[in-house]
Design a protein. Sequence first.
Length: 376
Amino acid sequence: MSQTPVAAPVRVRVDLGPRSYDILIGPGLLGEAGRHLAAALPGARALVVSDETVAGLHADRLLAALSEAGIAASLLTLPPGETTKSFDHLIAVVDRILAERLERGDAVVAFGGGVIGDLSGFAAGIARRGMHLIQVPTSLLAQVDSSVGGKTGINSPCGKNLVGVFHQPALVLADTDVLDTLSEREFRAGYAEVVKYGLIDRPDFFEWLERNRAAIFAGGAARVEAVAQSCRAKAAVVAGDEREDGDRALLNLGHTFGHALESVARYDPARLVHGEGVSIGMALAHRFSVRLGLCPGQDAGRAEAHLRAAGLPTRIQEIPGDGFTLDALMDRIAQDKKVSRGALTFILTRGLGQAFVARDVSPDALRDFLLDELRA
Ligand SMILES: NC(=O)c1ccc[n+]([C@@H]2O[C@H](COP(=O)([O-])OP(=O)(O)OC[C@H]3O[C@@H](n4cnc5c(N)ncnc54)[C@H](O)[C@@H]3O)[C@@H](O)[C@H]2O)c1
Ligand SMILES: [Zn+2]
């Protein structure tokens, strides 16, 4: 693990009036976490929630940094994986908060990927009717997406992310060195969400990614810049639509298809992880837009080529195992919460970085398109 000398972190502000907060991004931030936490929440105690993998690799450094700053902290470690986003684990986190006698002014520190962030963010949102939350995201996906914006929650037997609250953090600390221990596959999956911001409405960022992909994967300044740009993009959308009543839906580019694919693959990470589903989903959204005469084929080709260059899948056939029938996919798409009253709502695009919310997508056109994709 590289012990990079601490340079000033990049600071991205999420503007939400009284709920505004900073995202700090840079190498070596874990070692500075105590100082930053104490500055944001003077006098607060902390419960650090993590998963076994992340805690085993990095918790010592975080706890030492908190202790050096005089912050009383304890650690709760949960099993890694999506199944941890459950009612049972929610109870475990809330019970621990109460057993530690933490008050509303104290902090829950979510130290892990999106699973830990969503679960402990929810616990922080409901324990004592809402406590402070500090996000210390450790996966690329969590650094560029799930730790920012205040959506928290768990899964229900009826589906993913169906139970939760909006609860904004008081601070996000994204230490880009921590990503060195992430598996290549998880890094790539997070990168799909980075590409997403370019494809939504930042064509310059997309071009920058085309030029800098290898450097971002290698680490260093390009990685910090990619995380910072992604956070700026997400912060801008969230500031304009905190509770997803309007434009925040653009963040779902690739996700209606992606969620359907994840569901058919039974959320089995051996077959498909979220970012891979999003990658295929974004490629499908671009090809579907071409088919509808909305987007030049060349732009869709460029989006797809970049995802492939990053080692991400872009076709349904690349997912191992079967079950990908037209009926299965249409069924999942119809169940998606982005479907309102029969009309299909999709994020489509007019070209690179020109995504828009299409509320009147014809189910017949979609069916024809998917049939061809499945036959291809
Ligand atoms: N709240 C939101 O706005 C939002 C947005 C997108 C996704 N999400 C949620 O995020 C979750 C996915 O997040 P994720 O991809 O981070 O999954 P995750 O939390 O399961 O992490 C992925 C894997 O990487 C491991 N890991 C994390 N950091 C590591 C590190 N530094 N070194 C080594 N291993 C590390 C974890 O232990 C886990 O096995 C999903 O539940 C999804 O619903 C939420
Ligand atoms: Zn996503």
